[in-house]
Write a protein that binds this ligand. Structure first.
Ligand SMILES: [Fe+2]
Ligand SMILES: [Fe+2]
Length: 404
């Protein structure tokens, strides 16, 4: 990876000086530049490209959300990170739609370094010429479902209620009946007791329902003559199972509710790149599946031979341009190479990798080509390696209950 360029934007010079000092050790891998306001930042970006922009939320003149919106329009491949003091003020809520990552101030320097390294790595993958040429061969990339945007708007509005959200979900009759079917499946353990989207929100929480709605809408967007319906059903079942397993695994290693939720939605969407490739470039995708089966290699490796990119990068790319939270984009992009993904903790990408592998192990016929291999490096310490057997047992029980 060549040296990446990061632009920091903050109206307080002292903050910029602090960042400059704290991140000095990164100078070998990144070039840093500093701007004291939105206009200065845009000027710097017009002179030379930046791979990552980290900006303060509250700045006079142009605030962080306004700046990142302009960056998104003019330089869509730049990774956008916002540093904010208040998580729930209205300006920050506006920024949700334009930032890949949110960091709360004060941010520990080590954490900031890890986030920046990840952002650089993601940028490297997303802008890789092979990925770009594959993506440009896709006639039209699906767009972020409207209903997801509406749900997000309701969540952003402090005056809205669960009923408002449920009303939006109920309007889409086909989707809401699928949602209720899922929520009533034995996987969640509510035993056919959930009769309305409002109750689903009440029992599962807004975030889980939002994730399910997103995944259901994304998958139904592929119900057309180009996509093999059997492949669609197979991929949905595998994705849903991977989501349930990811949630359970993350629950056993982290108490952070956001991590658990992000693991769930990452599991739901982890293989979305397969759908994008299979529906737009179906002849080539068939070829990749044949290679995987004939040569008994992992499907993602066969995809690489055909497209020079795999479903993981294509999926991550799509979610990235949709503005889905950075943790999810990263987990999807790195779910087959989570050992290369920096971090001191067991990551969401590693969680999804384990869940994916367990899903295929419990039902080997669902695996096209050879089984995905887990790199032991994903386990941050030795004791964790032993966890995989426990998780496998746990997931087996969940599956039996789900099928029961
Ligand atoms: Fe995958
Ligand atoms: Fe998978």
């Amino acid at each position: 990876m060549g040296k990446k360029r990061i632009l920091f934007v903050d109206d307080e010079k002292l903050v910029l000086d602090g960042l400059r000092r704290a991140l000095r050790s990164m100078r070998k891998i990144v070039e840093m530049d500093f701007a004291t306001g939105g206009h200065e930042a845009l000027e710097a970006m017009s002179r030379q490209p930046f791979d990552v922009v980290v900006c303060d939320m509250r700045m006079p003149g142009m605030d962080g959300a306004q700046l990142l919106l302009k960056v998104k329009e003019r330089y869509p491949s730049t990774i956008r990170i916002i540093l904010t003091g208040q998580a729930d003020d209205s300006a920050t809520k506006r920024a949700i739609h334009v930032a890949h990552q949110f960091l709360m101030k004060p941010c520990e320097h080590e954490k900031l370094k890890t986030i920046l390294k990840r952002a650089c790595l993601l940028h490297e993958l997303m802008t890789h010429p092979f990925l770009k040429s594959t993506v440009s061969g896709i006639d039209h990339l699906p767009s972020l479902p409207d209903i997801y945007i509406k749900i997000q708007q309701i969540l952003d509005d402090p005056g809205s209620s669960v009923e408002d959200l449920a009303a939006v979900v109920e309007k889409d009759i086909a989707m809401s009946s699928k949602l209720l079917q899922l929520v009533n499946s034995a996987f969640f353990g509510y035993f056919n007791d959930v009769k309305s989207p409002a109750k689903a929100v009440h029992l599962l929480g807004i975030e889980t329902v939002k994730s399910l709605v997103l995944a259901l809408k994304v998958f139904s967007g592929f119900e057309n003559e180009e996509t093999d319906p059997d492949f669609l059903t197979y991929l949905w079942n595998h994705s849903f199972e991977t989501a349930i397993f990811s949630r359970a695994i993350m629950n056993s290693v982290s108490e952070d509710k956001t991590d658990v939720e992000n693991a769930f939605v990452s599991g739901l969407l982890h293989d979305i790149g397969k759908l994008v490739l299979a529906s737009s470039l179906h002849e080539d995708y068939k070829k990749a599946m044949e290679i995987a089966q004939k040569d008994q290699v992992e499907l993602r490796r066969a995809e690489f031979r055909v497209f020079r990119a795999s479903h993981a990068e294509v999926g991550g790319y799509l979610l990235g341009i949709w503005g889905i939270p950075g943790d999810v984009v990263e987990a999807v992009t790195f779910h087959h190479r989570s050992h290369q993904y920096p971090g001191k903790h067991f990551t969401i990408a590693a969680t999804v990798a384990c869940a994916d592998m367990i899903s295929h192990t419990l039902q080997p016929e669902t695996c096209i080509g050879s089984m995905p291999v887990l790199d032991p490096k994903i386990f941050v310490n030795q004791e964790m390696t032993g966890e995989i057997d426990k998780w496998q047992q746990m997931c087996r029980e969940i599956k039996e209950q789900g099928n029961g």
